[in-house]
Design a protein around this ligand. Structure first.
Ligand code: NAD
Ligand code: 3PG
Length: 591
């Protein structure tokens, strides 16, 4: 119960946008609900102080000023997925939990993709405009059938998989590229997972985009990618504007090297007259809709019930299911576990970026062993550590708005991604190491398995055909000293570095001159080195049995160079390091 003027009253919820009534009925049982549409930002700011919860869609800008004025505010709920209209940092600082509905509109978005697929194939948009203007144009508007054609899915997550299943029902051949997809889910939907985007582009009659919008996917389909596609290919985007570069797409359609597109999302929404998106929308070979992916009665019901249930949970003191900024850690555990929570997230992210990025077939669908060592072994509640590892493993490949991992949902997210994590404890005393607790993340690779040689293993690299190298377990160990997380082992190398910022990690032959080569190349590229650490091969423990990829004895003459740099190292520079003498492999990670 909330206190108002000394009287106890029911908590109050403000809803300034159109949200389906199904969830609101649930709220009304225990809460006071005010629906007030059409408020100006100032009017909203004037009254927000009277409310405990705010429920919005994409139109209300929940900025820092509004949040600061919401003195009683405990939760902001987004009836949908995207939280780009909510200042998450300000909400977190103020202790306001932000929740959304990551599942509620998946089917709607997938069905809308199918609607655009058929509309693009059969010229439905142009035909409708033509007949409404009194014309009867039949021969000009001959379409193509989708049956027997190849639908290529970029990003086989929740929406991508649902689209694939539906397109299978239309008799389409299905292919996907998603380095982190769950292969058994792909197989169950008859989707062939390919190991490179180029392969996908070459095969596509229709290419449908379902990745999140993150730094690595911004403009991922640009002029070079479009030039690899068939002239008859058509592109669909119901994910986010900007994943397909609008200028390149317009040029390709105008040049006739891409046959058409179905677009629901745009870089700026609504597009402004004269901008590239508007020119695309006007083009007769493009079918466009104004971000309608989630706009079905059913999806709006789902998201409404989903977020309203979470508002009720939070206002009654429980944890929500899908909090974007939910605590991974409860206040009472904060002091002891927080540094390890940070460490585990960094280790997970390091794993995905370092061990995953050199080979496009690397998948998260792996069995991880997580060992808590020293005093950490006496922790009864490892849930926050587990959740934090899952968050770290997945976050480099998922957008923050669709991924809200916390202690409530971590196991479910891991299961959905095909990630298996076994936890164990080792009470070995670590005091002689200079710290009391550490944690090790391990993925066991079988040298006899053909997949081991294709798994992004850092031991085998782009030069592995020239010099024989060993298949090793993928291991990361970390520890905490004075609340500061450190990494002490990476693969078979013994190291000590703080996992933060942009790091360039080079595996090189342990010979003179290698540091100079890398330093000079970075200098030429204008990249400043903040710190550097050289990691020799770990002397203790399991260093493997000296087997090469093809079973021969290997030389132990390698080291790892870890450089903290002041800005991202671009792909050209990274590749040029490997092309030079002595660097076998280089990865860039952002922690
Ligand atoms: N138009 C709409 O109204 C609407 C509605 C719902 C969702 N969406 C959007 O649809 C998209 C997909 O949503 P979802 O819920 O399926 O997300 P998801 O997180 O379940 O799936 C995204 C998939 O993309 C993959 N991926 C990431 N980077 C990749 C890369 N570089 N190459 C290939 N695959 C990559 C991930 O591994 C993941 O499997 C998001 O952008 C979301 O915002 C739009
Ligand atoms: O992020 C979302 O949930 C979708 O893109 C739809 O947003 P909407 O609620 O503004 O339709």
């Amino acid at each position: 119960m909330a206190e108002t003027n000394g009287h106890t009253s029911r908590p109050r919820v403000l809803i300034p946008e159109k949200v389906s009534p199904d969830g609101l009925r649930l709220l009304q049982e225990t809460l006071d609900v005010d629906e007030k549409k059409g408020l100006t930002p100032d009017e909203l700011k004037d009254i927000i102080g009277e409310y405990d919860a705010l429920i919005v869609r994409s139109e209300t800008k929940v900025n820092a000023q509004l949040l600061a004025a919401g003195k009683r505010l405990k939760v902001v709920a987004r009836a949908g997925v995207g939280v780009d209209n909510v200042d998450l940092e300000a909400a977190t600082k103020l202790g306001v939990i932000v929740v959304n509905s990551p599942q509620g509109n998946i089917n709607a978005a997938a069905e809308h993709t199918i609607a655009l697929l058929m509309a693009v194939a059969r010229n439905v948009g142009s035909a409708s405009v033509s007949i409404k203007s009194g014309k009867w144009e039949r021969s000009k508007l001959v379409g193509v059938e989708v049956k027997g054609k190849t639908l290529c899915v970029l990003g086989l997550g929740k929406v991508g998989l649902t689209v694939a299943r539906a397109a299978g029902g239309l008799g389409m051949n299905l292919m996907a590229f998603d380095p982190y997809a769950n292969p058994s889910l792909a197989a169950s939907a008859n989707v062939e997972l390919v190991s490179s985007m180029d392969e996908l582009l070459e095969q596509a009659d229709f290419l449908t985009i379902h990745t999140p919008m993150i730094a690595s996917t911004k403009g991922i389909i640009g002029a070079s990618e479009l030039s690899k596609m068939k002239k008859t290919a058509r592109i669909l985007n119901v994910a986010r504007g900007g994943i397909v570069d609008e200028k390149s797409l317009l040029e390709a359609i105008e040049a006739g090297t891409i046959a058409g597109a179905g677009l629901d999302v745009f870089t700026a929404e609504p597009p402004q007259p004269g901008d590239t998106a508007s020119k695309l929308i006007e083009h007769p070979s493009v079918v466009a809709t104004p971000h309608l992916g989630a706009s079905t009665v059913e999806a709006q019901e789902n998201v409404s019930i989903d977020v309203c249930t979470q508002v009720i949970s939070i206002l009654s003191g429980q944890l929500p299911r899908s909090a974007v900024n939910a605590p991974i850690i409860l206040p009472e555990e904060y002091r002891t576990l927080q540094p390890f929570v940070t460490l585990l997230e960094k280790m997970g992210s390091l794993y995905t970026q370092h061990f995953g990025q050199n080979n496009s077939t690397q998948r998260l669908r792996t069995t991880f062993e997580l060992v808590y060592e020293g005093t950490l072994a006496s922790t009864n509640n490892t849930k926050p550590l587990f959740a934090s590892l899952v968050k770290g493993l997945v976050s480099p490949v998922t957008s923050t708005d669709s991924l809200n991992i916390n202690i409530v949902n971590a196991e479910l997210v891991a299961k959905e991604r095909g990630i298996l994590i076994s936890e164990s404890k080792s009470r070995e005393n670590l005091e002689q190491e200079g710290y009391s607790a550490s944690v090790t993340l391990k993925v066991r690779l079988d040298p006899r398995s053909p997949s081991a040689s294709r798994r992004g293993n850092p031991i085998e690299g782009e030069q592995s055909s020239q010099r024989k190298t060993k298949i090793q377990d993928q291991i990361i160990t970390g520890f905490v000293v004075n609340n500061q997380p450190y990494i002490s082992r990476l693969g078979r190398f013994s190291c000590q570095f703080v996992p933060t910022g942009t790091l360039l990690i080079c595996r090189n032959y342990d010979e003179p001159g290698k540091i100079g080569v890398v330093g000079e190349r970075l200098g030429k590229a204008g990249v400043n080195i903040r710190f550097m650490s050289v990691a020799p091969i770990e002397q203790n423990g399991n260093n493997g049995g000296g087997l090469t990829v093809d079973g021969h004895e290997a030389k132990e003459n390698e080291a790892l160079m870890i450089l903290g740099v002041d800005k991202p190292v671009d792909e050209e520079v990274r590749k040029s390091l490997i092309a030079g003498d002595g660097v076998v492999e280089a990865s860039v990670v952002l922690l």
